[in-house]
Design a protein around this ligand. Structure first.
Ligand code: ZN
Length: 824
């Protein structure tokens, strides 16, 4: 009896469900038992979502039973989105979720640093200057000290071999951090949360052509066959890794599984030399933990005794092992193995725990009903002692002896406190970041996502041992097509406001209508909506009163805005005053079938840009879509008449109605129509039209875009503030309707441009010269030639980024390009 009480007092560990998932099946339990008898950790390091070798992660998790982690320095927010409109921060939210879904498949854990994916970088020096080398070292040292890997593996070599600057920087940082994580003088402020950790060795996961170029024979390196087959899973590690890689859907990285042997090579970068095994000389058994003999013996026995048809039979052994485990000194391994062990106990017993609600967006001060349920699908003698839901005043004491298959339910109203913190991706909370996210809580750094805001805890007892199961409270409903659907519950403001556009363009000081929608997440809300801006703009009316009787109501309010002085651009902010509380957030929901739905709370703001344009400009424009950009809508906003063509044919006759044709980004790479229509487009120029071709890559071109010799190259200028020289100030497109000066190249974002031609016919006139620091000047960013009666323009300048960002100078230059054939 005494013993029983002792267990109750000593043992109370918490197990966290990542999401409401069913128990492991018998094969998965068998693998989990093998893992319980293995103690080792490996960390893979690279720069972006998609850099990771998912075969490596799958193999070390499922074949070697090691804790396997991937540290991606960035969340991939600087890339292109192939599945939707999201860019920047919102794309980073999608890519974060894609990585988490990939890890669900390959079984590895995910980490990030604070680094922002600021776009293409040519050198690690530029990358480390932007990110801050000290901050990045601190982040990776922190992840190493928390995750405690025996071995670190980089995707890229620290000497670069000419790949993306972010890639090389990730390897440089990993190599330096390898020697800092165990150094008490490095980042001592971290030591109040974590202990020092010295990994044994670090490798580069080399690829063969790179080794050849370095004169290294792969025969001299450690090699591993990732193509091995796993009987328990019925698949090879490379088949599983293809499914994991296919989660990078926003990058279009669907992958097919390989069924043959696949060897990878590992070049050691530092640490104790190893000859034929990454983990050579590292004890991966319980022997590495003091006094663990009895835990080890019990777990070995459980693995031997495991019965695929009756998994519950080993639960008494597992409970004993759990009890013995709590007596050990190594807190790190106690936590890791307790969580693994509880997952196995839960699965062997067929435990299901759930806490669900039918609202997914809750606001401070609101009340909601939560339904919690618990069931055991075996004859294991569980006692359900109590259920506690966060924000519920008292635990619900039950002390019920559970019967196989009989679910215990409770319903409780919970009240979200008035001062509850909003839940959203933690790295976006502070907003206004540049090349590094602002994260003020050290303990959040490295974490892939924000924790769930509300949990339910189920306290049970089994063979005298107290075990807590914990699950987030989820929103659940049944979709007629998808079936059971779960969403995160989030805490959001009582009301949010959103502008109908991110950028308002105002031509010639005209009056612009701005629409703001207010949405409530709480009933009985009365308040005032007003817009705030810099001096010099008139907004009417000054404010609107609003009132909502219930949750999820929406109301649209229209304001008129015009400028009273020479101010050209300004930020607009929406503010809601509700009973003395000022709310300034908008709400963005991101939904795709392959990720968990995401809720983000950016500031409710928009930009306004005024352009004075009294001269003549073209009346009718054709925009031929490439891989997708927002330029047509922005031109329409400025009053241009723009017809968008995607797959429709364009004949010479049709083109007679237009003055300008613009091709969207990568149109000559992606739009097959152009191969048939190019002769019509050239005829159109010959007859006096203007054709503006934006950047195309070196990939396959459907046809030659230019009437004269023009060779596209990899030349790009990535420094958005690099100096620009105007080569021919007298050329018409530098003078009409706007006089372009070097001031017009201020405030550009992310980059100047890409894939500039580096060879062209002498009929082309280069108009600009620019380059990144330390490189030769490049003249191919803007090339103009007369062709027949008209004008052909080729430009790699990234107008597709500058125009949506509201960069005034870029608008002026773009309008000038369109006006090349306009007679003043
Ligand atoms: Zn990459």
């Amino acid at each position: 009896m005494f013993k029983r009480i002792l267990y109750l007092l000593i043992i109370s560990t918490t197990f966290i469900f990542a999401q409401p998932i069913e128990s492991l099946n018998s094969s998965e339990i068998k693998l989990a038992l093998k893992r319980l008898n293995t103690l080792g950790t490996v960390l893979y390091v690279a720069a972006h979502p998609d850099d990771e070798n998912t075969a490596f992660l799958t193999y070390f998790n499922y074949a070697k039973h090691l804790r396997t982690g991937y540290l991606s320095f960035t969340r991939g927010d600087g890339g292109q989105n192939l599945i939707g409109e999201e860019q920047g921060d919102m794309l980073g939210v999608i890519r974060t979720q894609e990585l988490l879904q990939a890890r669900n498949i390959d079984g590895a854990e995910q980490f990030f640093s604070r680094a922002v994916d600021f776009g293409y970088s040519k050198t690690p020096e530029e990358t480390l200057e932007k990110w801050g080398k000290g901050e990045m070292l601190s982040d990776i040292v922190w992840v190493i000290r928390k995750f405690r890997p025996d071995v670190i593996v980089t995707r890229f070599p620290p000497n670069g071999l000419g790949t993306h600057g972010h890639h090389t920087a990730s390897a440089i940082l990993a190599l330096e951090a390898f020697n800092l994580a165990g150094d008490p003088n490095a980042f001592p402020e971290q030591l109040k949360y974590v202990e020092l950790w010295q990994p044994k060795r670090i490798f580069w996961n080399a690829w063969t052509p790179a080794l050849t170029s370095m004169g290294i024979s792969s025969d001299t390196l450690i090699k591993i066959n990732f193509g091995e087959y796993n009987n328990l899973l019925g698949r090879s590690y490379t088949e599983i890794s293809a499914e994991s890689r296919t989660m990078h859907k926003s990058q279009g990285f669907g992958a097919s599984g390989r069924r043959e042997n696949l060897y990878n090579y590992f070049l050691q970068l530092d640490g104790e030399p190893a000859n034929d095994n990454l983990f050579e000389g590292i004890d991966l058994s319980w022997n590495r933990i003091k006094d663990s003999k009895s835990v080890s013996e019990l777990l070995m026995q459980a693995e031997v005794d495991f019965d695929f048809e009756n998994p519950a039979k080993v639960i008494p052994l597992l409970i004993k092992a759990y009890t013995e485990l709590q007596k050990l000194e190594d807190k790190n391994w106690i936590d890791i193995k307790s969580a693994e062990l509880l997952k196995v106990i839960q699965s062997c017993a067929g435990v299901w725990a759930e806490a669900v609600t039918d609202e997914n967006l809750l606001s401070p001060g609101s009340e909601v009903n939560v339904n919690a349920g618990f069931v055991v699908r075996s004859d294991v003698p569980f006692v359900l002692k109590s259920i506690r839901i966060d924000y519920q005043k008292n635990d619900s004491t039950l002390n019920t002896h559970l019967v196989n298959g009989e679910m215990i339910f409770i319903d409780r109203i919970i009240s979200i406190p008035e001062n509850a913190k909003y839940s959203q991706p933690y790295w976006l909370e502070e907003g206004n970041h540049k090349d590094i996210y602002i994260v003020n809580d050290q303990n959040l750094i490295g974490q892939p996502k924000t924790d769930y805001p509300i949990y339910a805890t189920f306290t049970t007892e089994l063979f005298g041992t107290e075990i807590n199961f914990r699950t987030p409270v989820f929103y659940r409903n049944n979709d007629p097509v998808e079936g059971e659907v779960y969403k995160r519950v989030e805490i959001v403001p009582e009301a949010v406001a959103s502008f109908d556009k991110e950028l308002y363009l105002v031509k010639n000081g005209e009056e612009k209508e701005i629409s703001v929608t207010v949405r409530s997440f709480k009933g009985n809300l009365n308040g005032k909506l007003q817009l705030q801006t810099e001096q010099g703009w008139n907004i009417s009316p000054a404010f609107y009163d609003f009132s909502f009787t219930g949750q999820n109501q929406e109301q649209e309010f229209k304001f008129k805005i015009n400028s009273t002085n020479k101010n050209v651009s300004s930020n607009l902010r929406a503010q809601l005053d509700i009973q003395g509380k000022k709310l300034t957030k908008s709400l963005v929901t991101i939904i795709y079938p392959h990720i968990q739905p995401q809720t983000v709370l950016p500031e409710a703001s928009a930009k306004i840009l005024k352009l004075d344009l009294h001269q003549k400009t073209p009346n009718k424009i054709v925009y031929i879509m490439g891989s997708g950009d927002k330029i047509p809508d922005l031109l329409r906003d400025l009053g241009f008449s723009v017809d968008v063509y995607t797959n429709e044919s364009l004949t010479t006759e049709q083109l007679q109605n237009y003055e300008v044709v613009i091709t969207g980004i990568r149109a000559y790479n992606t739009n097959q129509r152009l191969s048939a229509d190019q002769n019509h487009l050239l005829k159109f120029v010959e007859n006096g039209g203007t054709l503006v071709v934006q950047y195309n890559t070196l990939g396959d071109l459907v046809t030659d875009p230019s009437p004269y010799l023009l060779k596209i190259s990899r030349d790009r200028v990535t420094e958005e503030n690099s100096p620009v020289t105007i080569l021919n100030q007298e050329h018409k497109v530098m003078k009409y309707p706007y006089i372009i000066s070097t001031d017009d190249f201020e405030g550009w974002v992310q980059e100047r441009g890409l894939y500039f031609p580096n060879e062209w016919d002498e009929k082309f006139v280069p108009l600009l010269e620019l380059n990144d620091k330390g490189e030769d000047p490049k003249k191919g960013s803007l090339l103009i030639a007369k062709y027949g009666e008209g004008t052909f323009i080729y430009t790699g300048l990234s107008f597709f980024r500058q125009l949506p960002a509201g960069v005034e100078g870029a608008y002026k230059l773009f309008i000038n390009l369109l006006s090349a054939e306009i007679n003043e």
